[in-house]
Design a protein around this ligand. Structure first.
Ligand code: AMP
Ligand code: MG
Length: 433
């Protein structure tokens, strides 16, 4: 009776995880590019190809400390038959050679210094008699080459790393430290990247207390705001904390209004069947929100839709369940992919491993189970063990977990010793390996 009413009134649907995710993701697309100082762009997605304006290195230069020579002058040199050259100068990194290497001469050269005109080869110090000369107090006006190192030895050609006009990084690349280094080598102090999404985070419930306030009778501290906002940060979003909305129309409406500038509004609680209709009513009045039952455990109740923002802009709203573990699991399953997609990231699948399950996971009601597990690696294999009681209110079980082991909805359970897919909660997301 009640559920029939809810069904008609709120358009409640029973969805698979995939169906829910698909409905959510269609609403999101990559955000607009923005220009950022190079270092601040770490982890963001490059919004345009990076093309080299010059060769890197710009000039042929030395790979070693040694002597720049003409190979013709040292051909056949050996310890028993060294070739002696007249040293006419020195070139250090950052300098431009002022002289050319004429036949019979050499220029002392340091790593990274441009190769002087005339020279085609660098002989490292250790293949000369420099040390012995110094030890004997002899002049360094001359140097004996004791090895034919081969033509072109220790010469790094211009453009060896990057050729002028080459596309060095493609639009869509996630900027890791090495890509920032490449962009720096191209001389870019700023870079165009896809903007990070602003995600407004709102907790709802009369029982919630703000941190810093004494905990009154019957109250609990609002933890969802912090676990959710931290997850927003971790996945590259910019959290905007809206605080706590009470279970009444005015407060709820006012607090939701505070989040309508965001790229996504995430609320927690107030989406399950037993909740006061006021929360649902407010959301329904401000947009089109579906209240779903997703075939998963935890995190079955979920709300998703579009709210009307300023200027008629549509603001996606994701309503997570209130229980702290449910909120986090639903975030991983649905908010994380949306936040990544808005950043132009295309790898939306959670990093997953296959592990041997060490204790059973039960599945009695045909939902996809996300069991909190620790993960250990022994002898090249991963082993997953549940963190104990799996109540969706037990937030410390999430704190113990390294992963979420998945039991498919069509499987009545997974026994100890069987293989299981595990979402790794803390593995780097950036690059698929
Ligand atoms: P609800 O969806 O409103 O029925 O909430 C489900 C459960 O989650 C209740 O036990 C709430 O007290 C709890 N809960 C809701 N919001 C939060 C929050 N922000 N922090 C911690 N627990 C919460
Ligand atoms: Mg509530």
């Amino acid at each position: 009776m009640t559920s029939d009413h809810a069904h008609r009134h709120y358009g409640e649907d029973m969805l698979s995880v995939e169906e829910a995710l698909e409905r959510i993701l269609t609403v999101f697309s990559p955000l607009a590019p923005e220009e950022k100082p190079l270092l601040e762009a770490l982890g963001q997605v490059l919004a345009e190809d990076a093309v080299a304006a010059f060769d890197i290195p710009p000039l042929p230069n030395s790979a070693m400390d040694g002597y720049a020579v003409r190979h013709d002058d040292i051909r056949g040199a050996s310890a028993t038959s060294p070739k002696t050259l007249r040293v006419i100068g020195l070139v250090a990194a950052g300098q431009v050679p002022q002289q050319a290497v004429a036949p019979g001469t050499a220029i002392r050269i340091m790593t990274g210094a441009p190769i002087p005109a005339g020279a085609d080869t660098v002989v490292p110090f250790e293949d000369t008699d420099e040390l012995q000369r110094k030890a004997a107090g002899r002049s360094l006006q001359e140097i004996a080459i004791r090895l034919d190192v081969g033509r072109g030895a220790s010469v790094r050609p211009a453009g060896e790393d990057v050729a002028r006009r080459e596309k060095v990084l493609s639009k869509g690349t996630i900027l890791r430290p090495q890509e920032l280094g490449v962009l720096a080598s191209l001389g870019h102090s700023r870079v165009m990247v896809i903007r990070r999404p602003v995600v407004a985070v709102l907790a709802t419930g009369d029982e919630l207390e703000e941190l810093g306030q004494p905990l009154g009778p019957g109250k609990i501290y609002d933890s969802n705001t912090y676990s959710v906002a931290a997850a927003v940060l971790r996945y590259g979003g910019v959290p905007h904390l809206l605080g706590i909305a009470r279970d009444n129309l005015e407060d709820m409406e006012a607090k939701v209004a505070g989040g309508l500038h965001a790229d996504l509004l995430i609320t927690s609680a107030g989406v399950s069947k037993g909740d006061y209709d006021v929360v649902k009513d407010v959301l329904m009045r401000q947009g089109h929100i579906g209240f779903w039952s997703v075939r998963m455990r935890p995190a079955k109740p979920l709300a998703f839709g579009l709210l009307r923002g300023p200027g008629g802009r549509q603001v996606p709203h994701l309503g997570l369940p209130g229980n702290p573990v449910s909120a986090m699991v639903a975030f991983e399953a649905f908010a994380r992919p949306a936040i990544l997609k808005m950043q132009g990231k295309t790898r939306l699948r959670k990093p997953t491993i296959e592990a041997v399950l060490e204790d059973p996971i039960h599945n009695n009601d045909g939902r996809r189970v996300y069991a909190r597990v620790t993960v250990a690696r022994r002898n090249g294999a991963y082993y997953a063990r549940t963190t104990g009681a799996q109540g969706s209110n037990l937030l410390t079980s999430m704190a113990k977990a390294k992963g979420l082991a998945i039991c498919p909805e069509d499987t009545p359970g997974i026994q100890a010793g069987q293989r299981v897919q595990v979402w790794m909660l803390d593995w780097p997301e950036e690059v698929e390996v």
